[in-house]
Design a protein around this ligand. Structure first.
Ligand SMILES: N[C@@H](CCC(=O)N[C@@H](CS)C(=O)NCC(=O)O)C(=O)O
Length: 231
């Protein structure tokens, strides 16, 4: 059994989708990040970066104590290694998937995250920041489009953790003012991945009650709370 510490966000969906794809039994532990539950000591013991998602594997392959993993890239690799699925073993194929997974973790996710923050959530609209992250996000969509034009189907060969990592962030395209008509290969891939029943099931997880998006939620989610905890 896998314990999934989770909220329904792009990073959370990566792991709910992966668990659905694998058909592994798992139990969802909702973490209301608007209410600041990511700062609870019990959660920090599992996820020291105070971010969701995180997992605890109650039955690790080595038969030892339950094992916790944070950071979505590390969780995807851990689950792929545990099950032997969605991450090839052969050196070149594995490296191709890893390259695009790292690209998502270091580029697509953080840049779309920052663009969403400055364009949609920040109360002060700073044109320089909005433009910088919009341009960078547009560049990354183009990189993905070129790659999908080469592979003709999935991000790095067969369907893999690279697709599972990239897909939930591209779901933000409309809200962030991008149109996939500008990226025809991404559009084709997006429709195909979205239609997978396991992806649909992963996206449906965790439609639970959460705190309204108010001043306190902003404080909990946008770093001020962490600043307070430091001082
Ligand atoms: N690099 C991390 C990012 C995780 C992340 O940013 N999670 C957000 C939700 S999508 C979060 O927990 N935010 C809570 C907060 O900012 O305090 C990962 O891939 O796991």
């Amino acid at each position: 059994m896998i314990d999934l510490y989770y909220a329904p966000t792009p990073n959370g969906w990566k792991i709910s989708i992966m668990l659905e794809e694998l058909g592994l039994p798992y139990k969802v532990f909702p973490v209301d990040i608007r209410a600041g539950e990511q700062f609870k000591p019990e959660f920090l013991a599992i996820s020291p970066n105070n971010r969701i998602p995180a997992i605890v594997d109650q039955a690790p392959a080595d038969g030892g104590e339950p094992f916790s993993v944070f950071e979505t890239g590390a969780i995807l690799i851990y689950l792929a290694d545990k099950t032997g699925r969605f991450l090839p073993k052969e050196t070149r194929a594995r490296s191709n998937v890893m390259q695009w997974l790292m690209w998502q973790m270091g580029g697509l996710g953080p840049m779309l995250g920052q663009h969403g923050h400055f364009a949609l959530y920040a109360q002060e609209k700073i044109p320089y920041a909005i433009e910088r992250y919009r341009d960078e996000a547009a560049r990354l969509y183009r990189v993905l489009d070129v790659q999908l034009g080469k592979t003709r189907r999935y991000v790095a060969g067969d369907y893999s953790i690279a697709d599972i990592a990239c897909f939930p962030w591209t779901m933000t395209h409309k809200a962030q003012g991008f149109t996939l008509d500008d990226y025809p290969n991404v559009k084709r891939w997006y429709a195909e991945v979205r239609a997978r029943p396991q992806v649909q099931a992963g996206l449906a997880i965790g439609k639970f009650e959460k705190k309204p998006f108010d001043e306190e939620a902003r404080k909990n989610m946008f770093g001020q709370r962490a600043k307070e905890l430091r001082s």
